[in-house]
Design a protein around this ligand. Structure first.
Ligand SMILES: *Cc1c(COP(=O)(O)O)cnc(C)c1O
Length: 810
């Protein structure tokens, strides 16, 4: 029995319940008595999946029949999170499935909660890819996401005695009912070996080793089930799973070495790059998924359209950061070596096909590979990079004002010191469009990292401010608020987030404000209960929930927040008579496993929390919590309950941020610097409804240029000096009084991230937040105003802009 569209959409839950039960028995092999929660989850997914498959095939067929251009989004990360609620909600069958399960004695909320988070990403960049996939399907754009099916993904974080401990994420332990392995879609991906020429000028690459890339497909359901696209993740297999000759000779490890090497390739996201082996593995991963994806795209194009020369008319490939940048050389290789195009024609097609999205200006985060490693692993691609570079530099030399310094900056090869291949320059040169992810970031791209390339190609850089899907980040994570908005302004905002603007006038309506505040409070109660059972943290739902959840990084300045928390703690104890606003400070986030200072910040947050939470003299006025294992599902619980959104990066360092958008959409006020998309959030909500503080990007740059003396700044601020010296002297780490001496010393010694420079402004901004909170009507009015004004930050808007300006598919 299959659950057809009719089974899912009728009011009677019986046929759907029958279908789920039938799946349980015949697919899972259990009856209702023996079934465990995981079995019900799998049976529900498999049943719903049947409906999705029909739409999926219909979407593919329609695109084929129309000869449509396809969008290909290449990303090393897809932070998609759980999929069941997303699919049910987008298909509009939450109620029906819930009722059918209820009739079987099963609670939908309970089975949703045990679905593992597909944590195939690290942070914002991976979540952006997931939001984009959902919006592409919702806007009916034929699109494929391409990435890697990591068996263990991003690590799972446990906090032991305040320290981060990294454990393997075992999201596939119970199988994955969402995915389809496509053994017929498999490609040869080679590494190493040598390149030889033939008499007729053709080039032959004979790799030394190879793996087989096998496609594993996950359907991506758009809003209202309008379209179902494909997320195609590659897994790796050895061509010879077992070498019997070696096995029979007793060399069991040698017999299985090929399989082990293939499995290693797709084991984890971000293998530690602290060893040369880790660096090499990372480059292998990048080439592995780039090569498989480009081969797949070219194969599909030839199959559908028959002529490789029309590739750019029918395929738009977007590179999500430089991780897939080797795709530029891979497409050149296929066009020249396999499809016999000459270099110039191949280059024209390549540039017309690719677009590149830049996500960072941090010099240490701009990818480059040691030239000897690149050449050893990818000898043919090395030749092509040289050829592309020769052409690029020849063009550059013809342009006014391009001197030797500019040539050195434009070159695909970094010649300063150990020679390296610059992936950002390769991606830039190989694309017709290069975009930043927020207006400020795009401006800074032009002025800094890409200044010389921008001079050469002044029309190439453009801005596409990031967005978030309002389906997951409002409708699914905050059903209470969604229902309230719908009651007030009708359902239009469900299809067009910018219709939220109709909510603006309800800020003046006292009874609406009351209902809005009630929804927020219910979300805060739910989060409080979750944190109580999950980590034993007791918090008061009536306190101000002040939240900073994101990857732990020095530029994001969790340290600024923690130091300010210590200063506040100090003041509450010194002046208990003042009318302090009760606050709960919540932190969550993972630190890269080799990032020492970030891990120390996690420990500090936990040490500070332990001390403050146990101090009866502050009581309910201040509580601090570090919530372990930040991921999409945790974000979906915390964000609807937040009052204050901490977006306090050093100005000029956060490319965009998307967490900032999620909070505002759920009625939190932002405290933040003029960085990334905060600038545009301020433009949309207006100065009165956001709390901006601190140095601007220009001021940060000027301070760094002209010399900045953090010591004098710290000495001049009694609150800051007191907090820093308390932390440095071991007040929060009596078991190891020196633990934070180095971290605090770094503030005196350079303070690259301007924590001291921004402290007083931040501290004052926090006190202005207290005063706002005391005016509860004003606060709720601002919260409603934020929800009403941030519909523009829907990823539907972002995708429309990519589609019309870059991909030319709309
Ligand atoms: C949105 C999101 C991010 C990005 O957060 P920023 O605050 O923009 O850095 C990271 N991780 C998860 C799980 C997210 O949902």
């Amino acid at each position: 029995m299959t659950a057809s569209i009719t089974t899912l959409h009728v009011d009677d839950p019986q046929p759907l319940a029958d279908a789920i039960l039938d799946t349980l028995v015949h697919r899972i092999g259990k009856d209702a008595q023996a079934a465990r929660t995981h079995d019900w989850l799998a049976a529900t997914i498999l049943t719903v999946r049947n409906e999705i498959i029909e739409r999926w095939m219909a979407s593919t067929k329609a695109a084929h029949a129309a000869g449509a251009k396809r969008v290909y989004y290449l990303s090393l990360e897809f932070l998609i999170g759980r999929l069941l609620r997303d699919a049910l909600s987008n298909l509009g069958v939450m109620e029906q499935v819930s009722a059918a399960l209820r009739s079987l004695g099963v609670d939908l909320a309970e089975i949703e909660e045990i679905e593992p988070d597909a944590a195939l990403g690290n942070g914002g960049l991976g979540r952006l890819a997931a939001c984009f996939m959902e919006s592409l399907a919702s806007l009916d754009v034929p699109a494929y996401g391409y990435g890697i099916r990591y068996v263990n993904g991003m690590f799972r974080q446990r906090i032991d005695d305040g320290w981060q401990v990294e454990l393997p994420e075992t999201w596939l332990a119970h199988g994955n009912p969402w995915e389809f392995e496509r053994r017929e879609s498999a490609y040869f991906v080679g590494f190493g070996g040598e390149v030889t020429g033939t008499d007729d000028g053709a080039v032959h690459w004979k790799p030394q080793e190879a793996v087989e890339a096998v496609a594993v497909d996950t359907p991506v359901v758009g809003w209202r089930g309008r379209r179902v696209n494909t997320l195609r993740l590659w897994t790796a297999r050895a061509f010879d799973p077992i070498r019997l000759d070696r096995f029979n000779a007793g060399d069991y490890q040698g017999a299985l070495a090929g399989q082990l090497a293939a499995e290693t390739l797709v084991r984890v996201l971000y293998p530690s790059d602290s060893s040369p082996a880790g660096q090499e593995l990372r480059l292998r991963q990048e080439y592995f998924f780039s090569s498989a994806s480009i081969q797949d795209i070219v194969r599909r194009h030839i199959q559908y359209f028959g002529n490789i020369r029309t590739l750019a008319d029918k395929a738009a490939i977007q590179l999500n950061d430089t991780h897939p940048a080797v795709s530029v050389a891979e497409l050149m290789r296929l066009l020249i070596d396999h499809h016999d195009l000459d270099f110039d024609e191949a280059w024209e097609i390549t540039r017309a096909t690719f677009g590149y999205t830049n996500h960072t200006l941090l010099p240490e985060a701009l990818e480059s590979w040691p030239l000897p490693l690149f050449e050893r692993l990818l000898p043919r691609h090395m030749q092509l990079v040289y050829a592309i570079n020769a052409r690029l530099l020849r063009e550059a030399r013809k342009v006014e004002g391009v001197d030797d310094r500019a040539i050195a900056a434009i070159s695909l090869i970094d010649e300063g010191g150990e020679r390296r291949v610059r992936m950002a320059n390769l991606a830039f040169a190989g694309s017709h469009s290069v975009n930043g992810v927020a207006a400020l970031h795009t401006e800074l791209m032009k002025q800094t990292v890409f200044a010389d390339l921008h001079h050469l190609f002044p029309d190439r850089i453009n801005n596409k401010t990031n967005g978030i899907t309002p389906r997951r980040w409002l409708q699914q994570c905050n059903p209470g608020l969604t229902a309230l908005i719908r009651e007030a302004i009708g359902p239009k905002f469900l299809d067009d987030a910018e219709a939220l603007i109709d909510l603006e006038k309800f800020g003046q309506d006292a009874s609406f404000r009351e209902r809005f505040a009630k929804v927020k409070r219910l979300n805060k109660v739910a989060l409080s209960q979750h944190l109580k059972t999950d980590m034993g943290l007791a918090i008061d739902p009536d306190a101000l929930f002040d939240v900073q959840i994101k990857r732990i990084h020095e530029y994001k300045r969790q340290l600024l927040n923690i130091i300010e928390t210590v200063a506040l703690y100090d003041q509450i104890r010194s002046h208990p008579e003042r009318d302090w606003v009760p606050r709960v400070k919540l932190f969550a986030g993972k630190a890269a496993s080799s990032y020492h200072n970030a891990k120390l910040v996690i420990k500090l947050a936990n040490d500070v929390a332990r001390r403050i939470n146990a101090d009866p003299s502050v009581g309910h006025l201040l509580k601090v919590g570090f919530v372990p294992n930040y991921n999409v599902s945790l974000a979906e619980k915390i964000i609807p309950a937040a009052d204050l959104s901490e977006q306090i990066s050093t100005a000029g360092m956060e490319a965009s941020g998307t967490g900032n958008m999620k909070f505002a959409l759920n009625g939190a006020l932002t405290i933040g610097t003029l960085d990334g998309a905060n600038v545009e959030i301020r433009d949309h909500v207006g100065d009165d409804h956001i709390v901006i503080f601190g140095l601007t990007a220009d001021e940060v740059a000027a301070k760094r240029r002209d010399g900045y003396d953090p010591r004098s700044v710290i000495e001049a601020s009694p609150e800051l000096r007191q907090a820093v010296s308390a932390i440095a002297s071991g007040v929060f780490s009596p078991d190891d009084p020196n633990r934070y001496a180095g971290l605090m010393g770094g503030l005196y010694d350079g303070d690259w991230f301007m924590v001291a420079a921004d402290f007083d402004a931040y501290h004052a901004a926090q006190r202005s937040v207290d005063r706002r909170w005391e005016d509860r009507d004003g606060w709720v009015r601002s919260a409603i105003h934020n929800v009403a004004k941030v519909g523009w930050f829907s990823s539907d808007r972002t995708i429309r802009q990519y589609a019309s300006d870059i991909w030319k598919v709309m």
